[in-house]
Design a binder for this molecule. Structure first.
Ligand code: DAH
Length: 343
């Protein structure tokens, strides 16, 4: 064996020992620089070619190139092996596929939504359709068509968020009565749940964004007894079979006669010994009444032929007493622990 061949063989042996001992990418790179780098051992050997007789030079160059090819191949192989063993080590450390998974939280239905869903389901069982409408409404639907012309003092009761001279965020769901009656001929039986907005200061009982559930029934021969029956059934569905319902005379421009509707406080059972109903034994749900003839006439119905009842209840109010919550702000705090506990 020539002197050069022996030298290359020894070099390759040392190289492969060093590459084999490398524990990571970085070690391997150091080995590469030491042997194959610009100032590495191979370069030193290559420089020796110049001192060989001219006819031996090509063969020497070839031997060196062959050695370099072999060393580079070994490097690549080691690099691949190191990479996969690093990945494996990482996998072995991090993933135990037999470990029981932490159950993912799926959340719960919000109490206000539950009230709306239960109320709608009750009315749907009685043949009512659920309809949804815009939250931004012209004053025509919010007021004029509901028998509240522009100078009417009842407008002041709705402290609204106005968008311009005629558009506002609806302060109640009653506009849906008009939208429905404009589109359909009687008989009409709908519930319209949805968001409403009023410029109210936020406290334990008020939010500036809240939900109402509106109901409307118009047909021939409809009277106040139908209203009492349906709302009593609603309260028993929402709160329990022993609920009683009370109608207090009231005023709304779009109904005549009008009433405020109360139900027995579900916490004290109407005995008035708890704080939730303020000791009265009653919880106020909202307004109701027989649809005003002017409202029917304005949508092209004949009030001599058809009559109707309507109501508008506050969903948050119902949820407060149904779930015995003392502060309506709890409903918008987005605290999953609190909300799940009511579910
Ligand atoms: N829209 C009324 C309010 O928000 C509530 C109401 C009263 C709705 C009587 C009705 C009704 O449908 O007949 O104060």
């Amino acid at each position: 064996m020539s002197e050069l061949a022996a030298m290359l063989a020894a070099l390759r042996e040392r190289f492969s020992a060093a590459a084999g001992a490398a524990k990571g990418e970085r070690d391997l790179d150091e080995v590469r620089v030491a042997y194959l780098g610009r100032n590495g051992e191979v370069t030193t050997i290559r420089r020796g070619i110049g001192s060989l007789p001219v006819d031996e030079r090509p063969s020497a160059g070839k031997q060196i190139n062959d050695a370099v090819d072999a060393m580079e191949a070994l490097l690549a192989q080691r690099r691949g092996a190191l990479e996969s063993s690093e990945v494996e080590a990482e996998l072995a450390q991090r993933i135990d596929v037999t470990f029981p998974a932490i159950p993912a939280s799926v959340g719960s239905i919000h109490p206000v939504r539950r009230v709306i869903e239960d109320a709608c389901a009750y009315f749907e069982r009685h043949g009512f359709a659920v309809v949804l409408g815009p939250e931004v409404e012209p004053d025509f639907y919010n007021f004029d068509a509901l028998n509240i012309p522009s100078e009417h003092p009842a407008r002041e009761g709705f402290d609204s968020f106005w968008i311009d001279d005629t558009l506002l965020l609806r302060p109640h769901t009653s506009p849906m009565q008009i939208r429905t009656m404009q589109l359909h001929r009687p008989p009409i039986a709908i519930v319209a749940p949805g968001k409403c907005y009023r410029r109210d200061a936020v406290d334990a009982r008020h939010l500036f964004q809240f939900h109402q559930i509106e109901g409307l029934l118009v047909a021939e021969g409809i009277h106040f007894g139908h209203l009492k029956g349906m709302l009593t059934g609603l309260c028993r569905t929402l709160f329990g079979v022993h609920q009683r319902v009370r109608f207090r005379p009231s005023f709304f421009p779009f109904t005549e006669p009008s009433a405020e509707v109360d139900t027995t406080c579900p916490k004290c059972g109407g005995t008035g010994v708890c704080g939730m109903c303020g000791g009265s034994g009653w919880i106020e749900l909202g307004g109701a009444g027989m649809v005003h003839p002017n409202v029917l006439r304005d949508v092209g119905y004949d009030p001599e032929v058809v009559t109707g009842w309507a109501f508008g209840f506050g969903a948050e109010r119902i949820a407060l007493s149904r779930y015995e919550v003392d502060d309506v702000r709890r409903f918008i705090d987005s605290d999953p622990d609190f909300l799940e506990q009511l579910a």
